[in-house]
Design a binder for this molecule. Structure first.
Ligand code: A3D
Length: 321
C-alpha cells in the first residue's frame, strides 16, 4: 500500500513541528510548502536527516509551488502571520484572509480529495474562509482549536488534582478566543465529573474558576512569555491527533471547529463542537445538552465568531464565489 501524503501549508514554527510529529508517527510522506525562500527545503532536509537517527521511514520535501501538494491525503494549514504580544487574534484577520484565498485556490486545484485542517488564526473565521475558497465539502474541512484548548484544560486540572493527565478528560466548546466555553460539567478525572470532585473536597469552585480562566487565556500566557510568536508544540500535536484519526479511521470524538448545518440551532458557521473524526472526515457532530449558563456562554462565543465572519465578508464580499 502506498504511503499517505501529508501537505503542510506554512513551514514555520507549527509547520516544522507538524512535520516532525507526522514523521515520528509514520503517518506518511510529507511536503512542506512556504513562501519564505529556502525555509521549507531547509526544514525538509533537516528532518530527513533526523529520520535515520529516530528510525522511521518518511520522505520529506520542501516546496514553494502548489503543484507539490498534488494528491495530498491531508493538508494542514498554518500559513499566515502569528500573534505578537498585545495583538488580538482578530487583528490578524485581514492579513490572514488574503492568505486563505491563495491557499484555498491551491487546495481546490491540487488536493481536492484531501482532509483539510486549518490552524491559522483567527481560527473560526479562517477555516470558514478556507472552506469557501477551496470549495471542498464541509465535512472535509475542519479547524483545530478545541483539542488544544481542552489539552490545556486537562493539563491544568491534572496539576490541580496531582493525577496523570491521561486520566483527565475535559472539553471546550465554542469559538477559539477569549469567549471559548470550557465545560466543567463534562470534564472528569477517572470518569468522576469535576463538580463531584468539588463536593468531595478535592478542590474548590474558586480554584476551578481560576483554571477555566487560565484555559481561556492559555494562548496569551504563552505569547507573553515567548515575546515573539505563539505556542507551537501543543498546537501541532493537537492537529496531528486529528489527522491521525482521519487517516487511520479511528473515529475519535474530538472537539473541532466544524461547519454547522442546523446543529445547536446554527447554520453556515464554523464553531467548536465535539465531533467524530474518521475516514469520511467529520462523520458526526455531537449535540450535547447545555444548561442555561453554558448556553449563554456558547451564544456569546458564537456571536464573537459571527462578528469575525461579517468582518471577512466586508473585506471580501464575494469570498469563494
Ligand atoms: P509562523 O512560524 O510565523 O509560520 C507561519 C508561516 O506561514 C511562515 O513560515 C510564513 O512564511 C508562512 N506564510 C505566510 N504567508 C504565506 C502564504 N501566503 N503561503 C504560504 N505560507 C505563508 O507561525 P506559527 O507556525 O507559529 O503559527 C501559524 C498560525 O497558527 C498563526 O496564524 C497562529 O496565530 C496560528 N495558531 C493557532 C492556534 C490555534 O489554536 C488555532 C494556536 C497557535 C497558533
Amino acid at each position: 500500500m502506498a504511503r499517505n501524503k501529508i501537505a503542510l501549508i506554512g513551514a514555520g514554527q507549527i509547520g516544522g513541528t507538524l512535520a516532525l510529529l507526522a514523521g515520528l508517527k509514520e503517518l506518511g510522506d510529507i511536503v512542506l510548502f512556504d513562501v519564505a525562500e529556502g525555509v521549507p527545503e531547509g526544514k525538509a532536509l533537516d528532518l530527513a536527516q533526523l529520520s535515520p537517527v529516530e528510525g522511521f521511514d518518511a520522505a520529506f520535501a520542501g516546496a514553494s509551488s502548489y503543484d507539490a501538494i498534488a494528491g495530498a491525503d491531508v493538508v494542514i494549514v498554518t500559513a499566515g502571520v502569528p500573534r505578537k504580544p498585545g495583538m488580538s487574534r482578530d487583528d490578524l484577520l485581514a492579513i490572514n484572509l488574503k492568505v486563505m484565498e491563495q491557499v484555498g485556490a491551491g487546495i481546490r486545484k491540487y488536493a481536492p480529495d484531501a482532509f483539510v485542517i486549518c490552524i491559522t488564526n483567527p481560527l473560526d473565521a479562517m477555516v470558514w474562509a478556507l472552506q469557501r475558497c477551496s470549495g471542498l465539502p464541509p465535512e472535509k474541512v475542519v479547524g483545530m482549536a478545541g483539542v488544544l484548548d481542552s489539552a490545556r484544560f486537562r493539563h491544568f486540572l491534572a496539576e490541580e488534582f496531582d493525577v496523570s493527565v491521561e486520566d483527565v478528560t475535559a472539553f471546550v466548546m465554542g469559538g477559539h478566543g477569549d469567549t471559548m466555553v470550557p465545560l466543567v460539567r463534562y470534564s472528569a478525572v477517572g470518569g468522576i465529573p469535576v463538580p463531584d470532585l468539588i463536593r468531595m473536597g478535592w478542590t474548590s469552585e474558586e480554584r476551578i474558576a481560576d483554571i477555566v480562566q487560565r484555559t481561556r487565556d492559555g494562548g496569551a500566557e504563552i505569547v507573553n512569555l515567548l515575546k515573539s510568536g505563539s505556542a507551537f508544540y501543543a498546537p501541532a500535536a493537537a492537529a496531528i491527533a486529528m489527522a491521525e484519526s482521519y487517516l487511520r479511521d479511528k473515529k475519535r470524538v474530538l472537539p473541532v471547529a466544524a461547519l454547522l448545518d442546523g446543529e445547536y440551532g446554527l447554520r453556515d458557521i464554523y464553531v467548536g463542537v465535539p465531533a467524530v473524526i474518521g475516514a469520511r472526515g467529520v462523520e458526526r457532530i455531537v449535540e450535547v445538552e447545555l444548561d442555561r449558563s453554558e448556553r449563554a456562554m456558547f451564544e456569546r462565543s458564537v456571536a464573537a465568531v459571527e462578528g469575525l465572519v461579517e468582518a471577512c465578508l466586508k473585506i471580501a464580499p464575494g469570498l469563494g464565489k
